[in-house]
Design a protein around this ligand. Structure first.
Ligand SMILES: Cc1cc2nc3c(=O)[nH]c(=O)nc-3n(C[C@H](O)[C@H](O)[C@H](O)COP(=O)(O)OP(=O)(O)OC[C@H]3O[C@@H](n4cnc5c(N)ncnc54)[C@H](O)[C@@H]3O)c2cc1C
Length: 480
């Protein structure tokens, strides 16, 4: 028998977020390319695919309820978009509105952002921004001359940045910037598992500030140079639709949560609300880590406990669709972020119509507020009207917006934001080592090896390739 051929093998993917979809897509692709006969079942507990990716079109306004942008510096998200025929749909952020503000020390203050500025201009813009006090600016400048210091096994973001830039920079710059991504607490989050680039910068170039000034503000993608963030013309839901079209006959089971995973003979069986599914040679679990931990409770109790210990935070995005003329002066930049120490009730707001084209009608303007996480999570106890009221008050007080919106929408993301706390990398190392005793069983998704669309796509596809390698050659390849 030639390698790659043989009897039909059944595989299951649990979770139809971007990680599970990327895994199912790669399984189908590998089956095509290697000739391995695979039958793929994808189980999703919700009545739609996409997980955190959800785009809704309301009266010509395009609402990306979860992620709204793909980081181009990590190429895997856009690579997949190109592969599935979306090259022409990729849209960059709008250069003419580029900019981001911090609400710090009682006012919105612009931060230097983007391409084209010389290092001197960036430093001047930063120094004059007033985001931090003069003593804090001097403390930050110490980063230029501080020695590298000892390489540590792991440490919190607050400890790492505090050592290099001082505590005020942590509270007023690092905290709001990570709030936009993790909504987490810099005192708990691991620098190595969230932003390994920064310790690498110090190891290589000694100073964070110098490294940042030299860092590229755009990325090559295919034949184009793109800014740091991109999206798709009709919203990121386009990516979900295009992947689904390319799953090559995989059976998609919506509204079918997996409830158990068991070992049966040489393979696995899955329990679902709709009954038992037997005879899987391979299973990829791509649900949130707390669900995957629950599913593996009997089969692999120790890694299951570790998975369940990964903290998840809840959040909400609240959309405001305006008539442009009602707004008064157009808000500037892509939006603003708020440090926790300001004690406000939102983490920030994005001026979506400034950030991307095709998000509102010509005479419209779309804004989105973000609440939740370690900082403003308590506000989520409010009902939807209450969240809208909080955001309206904050938009008025912080950005001077008093216009009545045409409509509002609230999307809640319960236990959706995994937190890579200090020690996360070694915890995942232990999970991977323990799962090696169960060949054919794989875990992926944002709770494990990378948050955000590019990392989830990378890990989902990598996980599928590992499984195919095992199914074809009975060999388990180590992870990167
Ligand atoms: C508000 C918000 C804004 C974000 N902004 C950005 C951004 O701008 N850019 C970016 O790159 N990233 C962003 N992210 C992060 C990014 O969206 C996620 O990291 C990524 O989408 C996670 O994908 P995933 O497949 O791992 O998990 P999920 O999307 O959570 O998918 C997991 C899936 O598993 C399903 N499931 C759960 N339990 C079961 C079960 N028992 N059986 C079957 N199915 C089950 C769930 O229903 C879900 O569909 C944002 C996230 C949120 C919430």
């Amino acid at each position: 028998m030639t390698p790659g051929q043989g009897e039909l093998k059944r595989v299951a993917v649990v979770g139809g977020g971007v990680a599970g979809l990327a895994a199912a897509y790669e399984l189908a692709k590998q089956a095509r390319e290697t000739g391995l006969p695979l039958s793929i079942d994808l189980f999703e507990s919700a009545d739609r695919l996409g997980g955190a990716i959800l785009t809704e079109n309301v009266d010509g306004y395009v609402l990306d309820a979860g992620p709204d942008a793909v980081l181009t510096l990590k190429p895997w998200g856009l690579e997949l978009c190109r592969e599935i025929g979306l090259e022409d749909e990729i849209i960059p952020t709008q250069d003419e509105h580029r900019g981001v503000a911090l609400f710090s020390r009682g006012a919105l203050r612009s931060l230097p952002y983007g391409t084209g500025s010389s290092a001197v201009r960036k430093i001047r813009a930063y120094v004059s921004s007033g985001v931090v006090s003069w003593p804090a600016k001097l403390r930050m400048a110490a980063d230029l001359v501080l020695p590298r210091g000892e390489q540590r096994a792991d440490e919190s973001m607050a400890d790492f940045f505090g050592r290099r830039l001082g505590r005020e920079a942590v509270e007023r710059i690092v905290d709001p910037l990570i709030a936009g991504i993790y909504s987490g607490d810099p005192d708990k989050l691991s620098i190595y598992s969230t932003f390994p680039r920064f310790p690498q910068m110090v190891a290589k170039q000694r100073s964070i500030l110098l490294s940042l000034l030299r860092a590229p503000q755009s990325a090559r993608s295919g034949s184009r140079t793109l800014p740091i963030f991109c999206s798709l013309r009709n919203g990121l839901g386009q990516m979900v639709e295009a992947i689904v079209e390319r799953l090559d006959g995989a059976q998609v089971h919506l509204s079918t949560p997996a409830t158990t995973v068991e070992k049966t003979g040489a393979g696995y069986s899955l329990g679902t609300h709709a009954g038992r599914h037997n005879g899987y040679a391979g299973v990829i679990l791509a649900a949130p880590a707390w669900t995957t931990g629950r599913l593996l409770g009997d089969l692999a109790p120790k890694p299951a406990r570790e998975m369940k210990s990964i903290r998840y935070l809840s959040s909400a995005t609240i959309f405001f669709a305006y008539r442009r003329n009602d707004l008064g002066p157009r808000p500037r930049g892509f939006g603003f972020l708020v440090p926790g120490c300001e004690g406000r009730r939102i983490n920030g707001a994005t001026w979506i119509s400034n950030k991307f084209a095709h998000r509102s009608p010509e005479d419209g303007f779309l804004a989105r507020c973000f609440i939740g996480g370690d900082r403003t999570g308590e506000e989520l106890q409010a009902d939807d009207d209450g969240l809208v009221r909080i955001c309206k008050e904050e938009l008025r007080d912080i950005a001077g917006i008093t216009a009545q919106p045409l409509f509002t929408r609230v999307y809640r993301w319960k236990d959706s934001g995994p937190q890579y706390d200090v020690g996360h990398a070694s915890l995942i190392g232990e999970v991977d080592a323990a799962l090696a005793e169960h060949p054919g069983l794989e875990v992926t998704g944002a709770g494990f090896r990378g948050i955000g669309i590019p990392d989830c796509v990378y890990d989902g596809r990598e996980t599928a390739r590992r499984l195919v390698e095992y199914l074809r050659n009975n060999r388990t390849v180590p992870r990167r």
